[in-house]
Design a protein around this ligand. Sequence first.
Ligand code: ADP
Length: 443
Amino acid sequence: MTLSRARTREWRRLVAGAVLLGITGYLLGLTPWLLLAGACAYVTWHVYHVHRLARWLASGGREPEPDARGIWGQVFESLSRIHRQNRKRKKRLRKLVGRFQQAADAMPDGAIVLAGDGTILWMNEASSRLLGLQRSRDVGQPVSNFIRHPSFTDTLESGALDEPLHIESPLRDEIKLRIRIVPYGGSRRLMLVRDVTRIHNLEQMRKDFVANVSHELRSPLTVVAGYLETLEDDEQFPGEYRRPVAQMSQQASRMGLIVEDLLQLSRLEATPGAATAEPVAVVEMLDVIARDTRSLSEGAHRVVQEADPGLSLLGNWNELYSAFSNVAFNAVQHTHAGGTIRLGWTSDETGARLEVTDTGEGIEAHHLPRLTERFYRVDKARSHEMGGTGLGLAIVKHVLVRHDARFEIESRLGEGSRFSCRFPAHRVVRSEVPAEPERQAVG
Ligand code: ADP
């Protein structure tokens, strides 16, 4: 029977009882007394069952369901059914959570749920293995108590979560971890931890290998190039061998340039992190670069300098010279005679930028994203012909990353290119210099 049918029945019983008592009372001349007695009995019956209900609820439904007749029987039965359903649902949920926990524990990566203030709310088994956390002890503690790496605490505080972090495990320095922090559900954050020791070691092996090979090749190459040069200069050297020797000498010096560029890249990679922050007078550096650019151009191009003398950079002179000169010398090589090359150094809303603009051959758009890859050239044969190593822009990119700068390339085929190095405000120093606000030089 349903509860609503039981309710209707109860009403009917109540009305029938009242009518019966009314008629009997009328016949006996005791109508009010009989009705009052009936009402009292009815209220007592309800109070008694309310009391039984309260006792049963207090037992948490553990005691057997009270036995009752009428509407109360139905109330007890309905409540008991709801209770049974809830128990089943709870059991199912507990099973589901257990299965979820098992799956999360089977994951090779660490997963930690953090509250908005960085407190650990939940973690899986791998987190213990990778970070040395203990579920029973550390849930409820701030995660920064266990990972004290400065870049991690900075990231956690600043909320700058775009890039993954690479840090050593607090357990052992040899374990290299990649940490990602993903915001979700309002202020909560999911922290994903991956062991990248193998990748890190392989990458280190690659770097060491390139650095060692380049280093080992350097001396024999110098010897070979030296002998070839001597042969080239030897007046008595048979004429038919002159051409092959000249070509060998040219290739040997190309190999020398490649080795030098590879060594430079290796040196940059060997000192990870930000470059030193000594004040660099970019205007003076641009004077040197403009002079070298003109000498490389041998008067074939107009080289224009537009620099703000009050702007200096905090960085490493040698690295910056190498980057800026690479871009400027490329402009000479890829701009036809009579073209213009502009070297600009100006401040902008986000910091300062060094720009090299040319009116040269330009580059097709699909090459642009790949130009800073090692050995990527638009025209391999031409690059060889011009003595390019294919490593110049890779070096530029590396240097700029070390200076927290961005490298942007804009180009139009047949119209020219613009290479911009954009430095953030914290790398820029403005001094009270200029008598002349902007220095311009054309040559
Ligand atoms: P490379 O030693 O070949 O110059 P880079 O890494 O310096 O190597 O440059 C990569 C490629 O980018 C070059 O081969 C060239 O095709 C293209 N490139 C670089 N600078 C310019 C420029 N100013 N104009 C047109 N193409 C350029």
